[in-house]
Design a protein around this ligand. Structure first.
Ligand code: 5AD
Ligand code: FES
Length: 363
């Protein structure tokens, strides 16, 4: 490794130009040095445990029309579903029984009162039914349910959810506008992130990597935005085209392998810059290569989300093409994922919420 790279990898406050330089690394030994340093920073700041969040894809009904997403309102090629409350409670209990300390409830975006109330009741019921001697306050609940009013966030927080994921997708106004209909505004999403912090959530955000038109400078701005917003958790993954969306026919300047490598470099750089946050190795990494997720863990990520959605409806929740584990059930994913994680020398922390150290330090 050259001296310049070594200095950069140990520099305290990376500037935009430094981040761009790291994201542009192309020599395999240099990328390996970045990976090793990101791992070291992770171990020093948050330890080397991997935390699970059992992912329950509640519903694919969505009021929005994001140009990239397979469950956008305009896609009439999928069957729409909402899980029954009993199925969600069953999944959450299975999760608690396995020692998965946390769940994520994710769905398309809806903000009608019926939905807000359904989610609120679900949170209350999950919290009470997942109490175990090892989990005295039930499973930790993360929500990933899109843009809502401040009052809705406050209701869901009061019901017992304590973390929320809302990806900004891109902080570049032109790029954001190119992948969303005119009614969806970057500024509104920024306001939602502020409301989430104000209502007491641990806040997660992130971007898609490899969006056509995205530059390394834009990604560097995204990383600095996470820092300025004092974000607690990061979930990022490669952008993957879905045929039944407007962006499905756009030209993708990067190959899948190039997008994957860039996603790993982003994970590593975010670890260097944000240090003590939780970073997810997302499912989309596994859509490109089989070991994509656990490789993500070796670049500084410390969270992953085993899928708990009932197998019958998994095929209807494909945000992108190539989503893994379509035919597997939760028990198969359990064994498979654990083996993969241990295969890269990591261990899973069971029966813990695994809160973001960045957040707990703020307290
Ligand atoms: N490729 C990759 N990620 C996608 N998402 C939605 N559609 C795609 C796609 N085609 C991501 C978005 C969203 C999250 C739930 O899934 O970043 O915030
Ligand atoms: Fe689902 Fe491997 S993680 S089958």
């Amino acid at each position: 490794m050259n001296d310049r790279l070594n200095t950069l990898l140990h520099k305290q406050d990376l500037a935009k130009a430094d981040i761009v330089e790291l994201l542009a690394l192309s020599v395999p030994e240099d990328i390996e040095a970045l990976r090793v340093r990101a791992h070291e920073v992770m171990v020093d700041n948050v330890g080397d445990a991997v935390y699970y969040r059992g992912l329950i894809e509640l519903s694919n009904i969505c009021a929005l029309d994001c140009y990239y997403c397979g469950i956008r309102a305009g896609n009439s090629n999928i069957e729409r579903y909402t899980l029954a409350k009993s199925d969600v409670i069953d999944a959450a209990n299975w999760c608690a029984d396995q020692g998965y300390g946390s769940i994520v409830l994710q769905a398309g975006e809806r903000s009608d009162e019926g939905w807000i109330n359904f989610v609120e009741q679900l949170i209350v019921d999950i919290k009470t039914s997942t109490v175990r001697p090892e989990l005295p306050q039930g499973v930790g609940i993360t929500l990933s349910l899109g843009e809502q009013s401040r009052a809705t966030y406050a209701r869901w927080r009061a019901a017992g959810a304590h973390r929320y994921l809302l990806r900004i997708e891109s902080t570049n106004p032109q790029l954001f506008a190119s992948i969303h209909p005119a009614g969806q505004k970057l500024t509104e999403r920024q306001t939602c992130l502020k409301w989430l912090a104000e209502t007491g959530f641990q806040v997660g955000t992130g971007v898609m990597i490899g969006i056509p038109g995205q530059t390394l400078e834009m990604l560097a701005d995204d990383v600095l935005f996470f820092k300025t917003m004092d974000i607690d958790m990061i979930g990022m993954g490669p952008y993957l085209a879905h045929n039944d969306t407007p962006m499905g026919s756009w030209e993708q300047p990067l190959s899948k392998d190039e997008v994957l490598l860039l996603a790993y470099k982003m994970i590593a750089v975010v670890r260097l810059v944000l240090k003590d946050v939780n970073i997810a190795a997302t499912t989309a990494l596994q859509a490109i290569v089989k070991d994509g997720r656990e490789r993500g863990l070796t670049y500084g990520a410390n969270v992953t989300m085993p899928n708990l959605t009932p197998t019958e409806v998994r095929k209807n929740y494909q945000l992108y093409e190539g989503k893994p584990c379509m035919d597997e059930g939760r028990a198969e994913c359990r064994g498979c994922l654990l083996g993969r994680i241990e295969g890269v020398g990591r261990h899973v922390a069971f029966n813990e919420w695994g809160d973001s150290k960045h957040y707990t330090k703020k307290d």
